[in-house]
Design a protein around this ligand. Structure first.
Ligand SMILES: Cc1ncc(COP(=O)(O)O)c(C=O)c1O
Length: 388
């Protein structure tokens, strides 16, 4: 099956992907694609990235058995601990890669959008590390619910620009970052935080995130009797931690499951359309207007899904499930109580599905499940308190 390969110069994943941007951004996309292709085949670039992921970001992250919860659920649950990276989520893997690329391209400033603030914090961090300026666009509503991350970005020296249009969440922050990129493309690099946007971003971000899946594959080989888990599960906003995880297992018999927020479930309820420079499954009304997404997790509050996920769904290689906010909060508390791990609300979506499936027989007793715990939950304490 032709999945998870190089999508070529058109950036197509089956019927999805591509490059739908204003004329003025086409040369910038070409320039980034050429720079990434060159960098990705340059052993020095790869060596520097691997070194920074190791000595700075804390890779490899452990694969932790969830001992007590596994017993309760009658399965073997292994957690890929992206929450233990520097800055507390998988976003750092992609951002260090893109920041190194921006530096190699001679750019002075990095632009980014952020929802939960984790991509913004990672961007501010990598910019400080490499001596670049950072400007982060964030919806006003997300600024309110992710106050801790806003403060972190500011202390790290980034400028946080509040976005007041639309639903004042991630979709609107993406619009604003793109608009700003058009007017500053000569000296600014747009660091997209997930497997979305125009080609080459969905492919490039997948390549930067595949480290999660590759490490997990090796760790599972050492941990599990058959080497490969029965299920590989991850939450989905745009889909970067999931795609990076799936990349390590796509050629195995493992069942790949992406878990979306019920109110932002583009893989489940979306139809083909164009959003933020790429064609994919998008939540829209009968007139083709993009509709608002709603989730307790700011990082999953997005009406689209990365184009490769849409293709994996059509190809039948991955399946996509939804969970609601209540199940997510319950899952977060259960993991905290049984394992002493406070997961991000985003990551708790993946866990909520595993709990539901294991308890209802959807996952057979005795199965092995590898779940990517994409981030830590400190940033969510205020939202969790409100929901209790
Ligand atoms: C901890 C965490 N997990 C998951 C996501 C969703 O992003 P993606 O689907 O690209 O992995 C976010 C986004 O902000 C996040 O902060």
């Amino acid at each position: 099956m032709d999945v998870m390969t190089d999508p070529g110069t058109t950036g197509r994943f089956g019927a999805y992907g591509g490059r739908y941007v204003p004329e003025s951004l086409i040369p910038a996309c070409h320039e980034i694609e050429a720079a990434f292709r060159e960098a990705w085949s340059d052993t020095e670039f790869r060596g520097r990235l691997t070194m920074l992921l190791s000595v700075y970001a804390g890779r490899p992250t452990p694969l932790t058995p969830a001992w007590r919860l596994s017993r309760e659920l009658g399965i073997t649950l292994l957690l890929k601990r992206e929450d233990l990276t520097h800055t507390g989520s998988h976003k750092i893997n992609n951002v260090i890669g893109q920041a190194l690329l921006a530096q190699r391209m001679g750019k002075r400033r990095i632009l980014a959008e952020t929802g939960a603030g984790q991509h913004g914090v990672a961007t501010a961090t990598a910019a400080a590390l490499l001596g670049l300026e950072a400007t982060v666009f964030m919806g006003e509503r997300d600024i309110e619910r992710q106050e801790l991350n806003v403060l972190r970005m500011e202390v790290l020296g980034a400028e946080v620009v509040p976005v007041t249009s639309g639903s004042r969440t991630l979709k609107d922050a993406c619009n604003e970052a793109m608009r700003h990129w058009v007017s500053s493309v000569d000296d600014s690099y747009y660091c997209i935080g997930s497997v979305m946007g125009p080609h080459p971003y969905p492919w490039m971000v997948r390549e930067f995130q595949r480290v999660i899946g590759e490490e997990a594959r090796e760790q599972c080989a050492a941990e599990l009797p058959y080497g490969v888990p029965d299920y590989v599960v991850a939450c989905i906003g745009g889909g970067s931690n999931a795609v990076g995880t799936f990349a390590g297992f796509v050629d195995t018999a493992a069942r790949l499951v992406g878990v979306e927020a019920e109110g932002g479930a583009a893989a489940t309820f979306g139809r083909a359309g164009v959003l933020h420079g790429f064609r994919s499954l998008v939540l829209q009304n009968d007139d083709g207007q993009v509709t608002e997404a709603h989730s307790v997790a700011a990082g999953l509050d997005y009406p689209g899904i990365g184009p490769e996920h849409a293709h994996l769904r059509d190809a039948g290689r991955a399946r996509y499930e939804t969970v609601n906010d209540d199940e997510v909060i319950r899952a977060l508390r259960r993991l905290a109580h049984t394992e002493g791990i406070l997961a991000a609300l985003e990551s708790s979506h993946a866990l909520a599905w595993v709990i539901r499936a294991a308890e209802s027989g959807g996952i057979a007793p005795g199965s092995t499940v590898m779940l990517t715990l994409s981030g830590r939950g400190d940033k969510d304490i205020a939202s969790i308190k409100e929901m209790l």
